[in-house]
Design a protein around this ligand. Structure first.
Ligand code: ZN
Length: 289
């Protein structure tokens, strides 16, 4: 099942790739679910029961306009982002791989957007890419085991943890939250895909390219803390709520890890993808003078 935030309404996505059709969940359920995505995640068990039984052949859908897509969970109570969760990225960043817990920070939700956007480079900023698998929680989770963790996941989407490296690293201690939360720095989408849609949800290919040149390509089977373990570890510290968002970390190939370092310039285009989910497209512009 695929669920989108289309024109700020919860939307069931049907149809083949490139010819997607959206069905408004509020209308199709007679007002039981939605129209906001938060309400769908808040009643996830009931929603899934309804959606599984929903007769899609009788659905009255309309074409999906990608320009109207927003982040699949646009107003989570909590956003977690995980650093150094692939060995090759930890190495290019000059750090040891984490053995206990990887660094966990947040991306403020004012940086959230849908999949296709234009992003302003802050004045003097060193703006970098980090393609990441993003998890949306579907059930409240406290102190759960990794073996059980996928049951707490509503679905997966593609994300970019766009990062301004000067703000991120300036000062006596790193400033991850602010450096990674400029407007438009957390594009996500194009939709949420439920875990049952993947042959193996723990092994997805993800990557990104700048102006067509491949920069990152990895597989989520190489996550040091895979999705189930991340959820288990986080749920020992905090309660995870339906709709909460987890950026799971990026593989090697970021601009700051290159020799020489390479950052995004005005006019450049960043394309990101996760196999089985879809693509994100960002175009970068300079800040108005
Ligand atoms: Zn990241």
């Amino acid at each position: 099942m695929r669920i989108a935030n289309h024109n700020q309404r919860a939307t069931l996505i049907l149809g083949e790739s490139g010819a997607e059709v959206g069905v408004d969940i509020f209308d199709a359920s007679g007002g039981r679910f939605g129209p906001d995505l938060d309400l769908v995640y808040g009643g996830w068990n009931e929603f899934i029961s309804w959606a599984v039984a929903f007769d899609t052949s009788a659905a009255d859908g309309s074409p999906v306009d990608r320009a109207l897509l927003g982040a699949p969970s646009p107003r989570p109570r909590q956003v977690f982002a995980v650093g150094l969760n692939y060995d090759d990225h930890a190495a290019e960043s000059g750090f040891e791989s984490p053995t206990h817990l990887p660094p966990v920070f947040t991306k403020y939700i004012s940086s959230f957007s849908g999949p296709d956007t234009t992003v302003t480079i802050p004045e003097g900023g060193a703006v970098d890419w980090e393609v990441e698998l993003v998890v949306v929680i579907g059930r409240e989770a406290t102190g759960i085991d990794a073996d059980d963790a996928w049951r707490y996941v509503a679905g997966l989407t593609a994300g970019q943890d766009i990062s301004e490296r000067i703000t991120q690293t300036r000062g006596p201690a790193p400033q991850f939250g602010l450096g990674k939360s400029y407007p438009g720095f957390s594009p996500q989408g194009p939709w949420l895909v439920t875990p049952d849609q993947f042959a193996d949800p723990d092994d997805l290919e993800l990557g990104c390219a700048v102006d067509g040149e491949e920069m990152q390509k990895g597989r989520t089977r190489d996550l040091i803390f895979p999705v189930p373990r991340l959820i288990a570890e986080l749920s020992r510290n905090v309660t995870l709520h339906p709709g909460d968002v987890i950026f799971t970390g990026t593989p090697a190939g970021v601009g700051a890890g290159r020799e020489p370092k390479r950052f995004l310039a005005p006019g450049e285009r960043l394309d990101s993808w996760i196999t089985g989910i879809g693509e994100l497209h960002q175009t970068f512009i300079s800040a108005p003078q």
